[in-house]
Each structure stands twice: as C-alpha cells, then as structure tokens.
Design a protein around this ligand. Structure first.
Ligand code: PBG
Length: 323
C-alpha cells in the first residue's frame, strides 16, 4: 500500500466523471422490486397514511402501476392482498378467486413483461392477524404448512412468476416446493424470506396491509434481532428445502447479515428495505431534517454494497425517475 504523498485518494474524487469511473457499486432499475398492495373494488387508490407515495389500489389501478414499473425498467412487483373479509384460517389466502389470485391474472394478462411475485403468508387474511393457524393462543407450525402450500399453489395457478413465503414457519419452503412440483409447477421459483427478523420497522406495513396481530406479537416465529449465526442456519435450511433466492429482512439494520449470507452461500440474495426504513427517511425529509431523495439513494446503495443482488423497495419508481 503506497503512502501519502504518493497516494492521494482525493485525486480520484475531483469530479463526478472521475468518481463514476472508480465507483464500485451501482444500483440499477433491474435490481429493484416494487411492493404493491391490492384491495377489493374499482378505481380505488388510497394513500397509506404512514407511507407517503405508497397506495392501496384496486386491481384496475394495480395494472396501471405494473405498466408504469415496466416502462421504468423495473423487472418485478411483489403483491400483497387485502381481502374483503378475514377469518380464523385465512381462507381468502388460498381461494381460487382471492384478491391476489385475481390481481396476478389481471397483471399477467395486461403487463406480461413484469414478473409477478406473490407474498405467501396468512397474516393479511386471518382475523387474529397472525401468520399461521392459531390454537390455544399459539401459532401452530405444522398445521400452517398445508395452508401455505395451498396458497402458493393457487398463486402459481393464477400465473405467479415467483412465490415468496414470508411467514417464517419451519419447513414451509419444502412443503411449498413439494406441492408446486406435484402439480406441475416445478419451474416456479421460491424467493424465501429466510432471515426475517421480529422488527419494529414493519410498523407502517401493518397499516398498509391491515395485518397487525390482534394479540401478542410475532417473536414466536420471526427471528431475534440479536442473532446472526441463527440467520445462517435459517438460510441454509431454506436452501436445502429448495429456495432459489434467499431474503434478509429488514435491510439497513441487518447489512452484516446480508454480507454473511452472500459470502457464505453464494446464493442470490434479496434484501427488503422495509416500510419503517422507508417511512423514517421520508418523515425526516418532510420535517426538513434531511434530503430524503439522497438519503434513500444512499440507503439503497449501501444495501447493494453489502451484497444484495436485488432490493425490495417502495422507492423503486422514484429511484428510477430521479436517476
Ligand atoms: C407478512 C409481511 C410483513 C412484511 C412483509 N410481509 C409484515 C410482518 O411480518 O409483520 C413487512 C414489510 C415491510 O415492513 O415493509 N408476514
């Protein structure tokens, strides 16, 4: 390593064109996945109070958002459904004519070039708001697996390009893989939320998806933020069960996990820049405390630099438009 004054790092920082020449990380539109929330009805477009720029939309409006994503070069959307009604077993999650199933069909018909990724989880569909079957006040792992597999299968039948289980039940990737394969969907990949932490940063999402747990919290199935080695075990387990892409979530507070997962597995890694991370930056921006656009760009660059191959972000369209 040369020393000062032979090496002057500032030399290569003198202009943007020089800086660009030696830039190690770039975030491209093709790296981004845009989450969208679908509600029943027609011509519905309701902004989520705690997530400026994020909307709950009906299927007709979703198709417009999908087309816009396609025009901007964003390759994929991640769909979350809010059903007409909820029940104990989340039956809307695996109904053939459920909200996500209809949304996927419409999107693939109108905007086939955009990948439709579906969130596979029961929490938006259960009356208690938990991600699985509840009995005696506890979420039942093995009983939930069958419902998740049915949900994933119904998404695949509707035309989903990838399915993304986010429930954190043990063994769900294997259950989904087996069901998809048995039914002729061996070409539908699984993007598994492999290391998903019990995070305070999901607050605004639960308003957007109307999925806050009605009792207790999700610490009985989502990971303890203090653990890193355990994240690797979760990730390996999902890979062995058939995951094609593994996700770390949230992103910014877990960049060490993103890096370790990438280095230790070599698998495609997705990081989810979650609702609270998005809302915190925008709120500070609205107060005039920071430049939200620059902060968001910096955050996405950091996530990519840490090893993520793709990023789920509510800022995808703004990122591309401003680029
Ligand atoms: C559903 C799910 C959640 C998120 C994605 N899928 C919420 C949760 O686990 O409580 C959070 C996404 C975000 O905060 O942006 N299980």
């Amino acid at each position: 390593m040369p020393r000062f004054p032979e090496y002057r790092p500032r030399r290569m920082r003198r202009s943007e064109i020089l800086r660009r020449l030696v830039r190690e990380t770039t975030v491209a539109p093709a790296d981004l996945i845009l989450p969208l929330f679908i509600v029943p009805g027609q011509k519905v477009r309701r902004e989520v109070r705690s997530m400026p720029g994020v909307y709950q939309t009906s299927i007709d409006e979703l198709v417009r958002d999908g087309a816009e994503a396609a025009e901007l070069g964003i390759p994929a959307v991640l769909l979350f459904g809010i059903p007409e009604s909820k029940d104990e077993l989340g039956s809307g999650a695996y109904a053939e004519d459920g909200i996500v199933q209809r949304a996927v069909a419409a999107l693939k018909r109108e905007v086939p070039q955009v990948l439709a990724i579906t969130d596979v989880c029961l929490c938006e569909y259960t009356s208690h708001g938990h991600c699985g079957v509840v009995r005696a006040g506890a979420v039942q792992n093995d009983e939930t697996l069958e419902l998740l597999a049915r949900q994933a299968l119904s998404h695949a039948r509707a035309g989903a390009d990838l399915v993304a289980p986010s429930d954190m039940m043990d063994g769900r990737v294997a259950a989904i893989r087996r069901t998809l394969d048995d039914e002729g969907f061996d070409q539908v990949p699984i993007l598994s939320y492999a290391a998903k932490y019990a995070s305070a940063f999901y607050g605004p999402f639960r308003e957007a998806a109307e999925s806050a747990p009605q009792f207790g919290d999700r610490r009985g199935y989502q990971m303890d933020p203090a653990n890193a080695d355990e994240a690797l075990r979760e990730v390996w387990l999902d890979i062995e069960e058939g995951a094609d892409v593994v996700m770390v979530k949230p992103a910014l507070a877990y960049l060490d996990i993103v890096r370790r997962v990438k280095d230790e597995t070599g698998y495609p890694v997705c990081a989810y820049h979650v609702s609270g991370e998005y809302a915190a930056i925008l709120a500070a921006g609205q107060l005039g405390w920071l430049d939200a656009d620059r902060a968001m760009r910096e955050a996405l660059t950091a996530i990519k630099r840490a090893g993520a191959d793709m990023i789920v972000t509510y800022w995808a369209r703004q990122f591309v438009r401003g680029a």
